[in-house]
Design a protein around this ligand. Structure first.
Ligand code: IMP
Length: 474
C-alpha cells in the first residue's frame, strides 16, 4: 500500500488541485507538508469550484483524513476563512482535519513585513504573494517561531509574542517607518485563534506513522513547484519552503523509506507568476494563451501568469531533484489550436550549448532557448478519454516530452473537470512503486550521462514486509 508524493514540476500552478483530487479517491490520508496560504489549489466538481489555500484538497472527499504538517506555516485567519467557506458549501470540516502541534503560525507582523520588504526592494522585488510566508520561515529558522502548540498555552504565547513583537516593532518603526503593532490586540486575537484551533491540533507525527504501519495509503500534497524550491529553484526568485519531494519527509515527520512514488504534475507549456527568469517566455506576438479562457490568473493573488513554451531543461532538473517516477501532464487542450509547437531542448549562452539547468541566474536570465519544432494537432482534445484516441501529433508531442524529460507520462489532463482525464495504465496510487520501473527512452545524447543503475532491482524496503524502497531510475 503505497505512499505517494505529488509535487509541481515547474513554477507552481501546474493544475495540481485536480490531480490531487483524482488521486485522493484511492488514499486514506492527504498531507500538506510545506508552504502556507500562498498556494491556491483549484478543484472543480460539477458546477462548483473550490479554491483551497491551506487545507488539503482531500477535505472535499468523505472519509479522508487531512493533515496540515509541521512544514507548513499556518495563518489562522486564512484557516478559519477557509473552514467557513467550505462549511457554507456543505463540506464537513471536523475531526477529518488534523494540524501538527509543531506547525509554525503566521502573525500579522509577518504579513506586514512581507509587503514592506517587497516595497523597499522596488524593481528587485520577488513578487511574493504578501501572505507572510518568508518572514514566518525566517522566524522558524531564526529560533523565534511560534508553533500551534504554543497557541494552546497562554503563558508560553504571552512570553514568546512579547519578545517577538518587541523586535518586530523595532523593524516596523525604525527600518520601515511604519506604526508599531499593539501587543494586547495581537495577543487577544491569537488566544482566541488558539481556542478555536485546539480540537484540530495533534501530534500528527504519531498519527501518520501509525497509519503508515497500518498500510494506509497516504498522499503528500505539494504546493508551489520545483523551480520555487528554496534549495533547487531559481533562487532568490523562489518561495521559502522545500517544494520538492524531500519536503514531504521533513514537513510531515515521515521517513524517506516510506515513500513509494513521486508524481510530478507538469503543464504542457510553462507558466510562472512573480519575478525571475523564464527562458521560454512568449514574446507578445507568439502568446496564444487566453488568460481568462485558459484560467491563467493566479488563484491566490489574481495576477496574470507569464507564459512560455515547454522547457525540457527545467523538467530534467525537476525529474532529477525530485526522483519523479510518473508525470501527470496538464492542460494539453490549451495547445489544441496552435499550428506549430516549440519545445525547448537546451539553452545557448555565450555561444555555448547548455543541456542541464544552470544554477547561475545570470545564465538562466540571459540564455537563449534552443527549440525543436513540430506540427500541432489543431483538433479539440477535451472530449477524448483514451490515449489512443488522441490525434497523432498530440501523441507525438507527449512521447517527445517524455523522452526529453526522462519520465513516463501516465496521466493527461484535457480540461478542468474530473472526467476530462486520460489515464495510461493502472491508477498510480494503487500501483505505487512499480511506476518507477516504466521504461522510458532517453533523448539522443543523454545516454552517456546516465549514472549506473542498480542491478537486480530495488532493495527491499525496511520496516514494511514486502515493500520496496529505492529503485532504478530510468
Ligand atoms: P511567497 O511564497 O509569497 O513568498 O512568494 C515567493 C514567490 O513564489 C513569488 O514569485 C510568488 O509568485 C511565488 N508563489 C508562491 N506561491 C505560489 C503558488 O502557489 N503558485 C505560483 N507561484 C507561487
Amino acid at each position: 500500500m503505497p505512499s505517494t508524493v505529488l509535487i509541481g514540476g515547474q513554477w507552481g500552478d501546474e493544475g495540481k488541485g485536480k490531480i490531487i483530487d483524482l488521486l485522493t479517491e484511492d488514499v486514506d490520508f492527504v498531507v500538506r507538508m510545506q508552504g502556507g496560504s500562498n498556494a491556491g489549489h483549484t478543484v472543480r466538481i460539477g458546477s462548483e469550484e473550490f479554491v483551497l489555500h491551506l487545507i488539503p484538497s482531500g477535505i472535499l472527499h468523505e472519509n479522508k483524513k487531512c493533515i496540515i504538517g509541521n512544514g507548513v506555516v499556518l495563518d489562522p485567519q486564512s484557516l478559519f476563512e477557509e473552514i467557513e467557506t467550505l462549511t457554507s458549501k456543505g463540506v464537513r470540516v471536523g475531526e477529518n482535519l488534523l494540524i501538527s502541534e509543531t506547525t509554525h503560525i503566521i502573525f500579522p507582523y509577518h504579513k506586514l513585513l512581507d509587503v514592506l520588504r517587497e516595497k523597499l526592494k522596488g524593481s528587485k522585488k520577488i513578487g511574493t504573494t504578501g501572505r507572510g510566508i518568508s518572514p514566518a520561515y525566517m522566524d522558524k529558522v531564526g529560533y523565534m517561531g511560534i508553533r500551534a502548540i504554543d497557541l494552546l498555552d497562554e503563558d508560553v504565547l504571552r512570553e514568546k509574542l512579547r519578545t517577538n513583537l518587541h523586535e518586530k516593532n523595532l523593524f516596523l518603526t525604525r527600518v520601515y517607518d511604519h506604526e508599531s503593532l499593539d501587543f494586547k490586540e495581537v495577543f487577544t486575537q491569537y488566544c482566541e485563534y488558539g481556542e478555536r484551533m485546539k480540537p484540530f491540533v495533534h501530534d500528527t507525527a504519531i498519527i501518520l506513522n501509525e497509519a503508515l504501519k497500518n498500510n494506509k495509503n497516504i498522499l503528500f500534497e505539494g504546493a508551489q513547484g520545483t523551480l520555487l524550491d528554496v534549495n533547487f529553484g531559481t533562487y532568490p526568485y523562489v518561495t521559502a519552503s522545500s517544494t520538492t519531494a524531500g519536503g514531504a519527509c521533513t514537513g510531515s515527520a515521515t521517513g524517506p523509506t516510506w515513500i513509494d512514488l513521486v508524481v510530478g504534475v507538469v503543464k504542457a507549456y510553462t507558466t510562472r507568476v512573480g519575478s525571475g527568469p523564464l527562458p521560454t517566455e512568449f514574446p507578445p506576438e507568439a502568446d496564444f494563451v487566453d488568460r481568462k479562457r485558459d484560467r491563467e490568473y493566479g488563484s491566490t493573488t489574481g495576477r496574470s501568469r507569464r507564459c512560455g513554451w515547454f522547457d525540457s531543461v527545467i523538467l530534467r532538473h525537476s525529474v532529477r531533484v525530485n526522483g519523479i517516477g510518473a508525470v501527470a501532464l496538464t492542460k494539453l487542450d490549451v495547445l489544441d489550436s496552435v499550428p506549430r509547437i516549440k519545445i525547448c531542448v537546451a539553452y545557448r549562452y555565450n555561444g555555448e550549448l547548455i543541456r542541464d539547468f544552470p544554477n547561475s541566474m545570470r545564465v538562466l536570465g540571459n540564455c537563449e532557448p534552443v527549440y525543436e519544432e513540430m506540427d500541432g494537432w489543431v483538433t479539440p482534445t477535451s472530449d477524448i478519454r483514451r490515449y489512443e484516441d488522441l490525434p497523432e501529433n498530440a501523441r507525438k508531442y507527449i512521447e517527445r516530452l517524455s523522452e526529453l524529460i526522462q519520465a513516463p507520462i501516465e496521466i493527461i489532463s484535457v480540461g478542468s473537470e474530473r472526467s476530462q482525464t486520460i489515464f495510461r495504465g493502472e491508477p498510480l496510487v494503487r500501483r505505487g512503486s512499480s511506476a518507477r520501473h516504466a521504461a522510458v527512452r532517453l533523448p539522443v545524447g543523454v545516454e552517456e550521462r546516465r549514472g549506473p543503475t542498480m542491478a537486480g532491482g530495488p532493495p527491499r524496503r525496511p520496516g514494511r514486509p514486502g515493500g520496496q524502497g529505492g529503485g532504478v531510475r530510468t
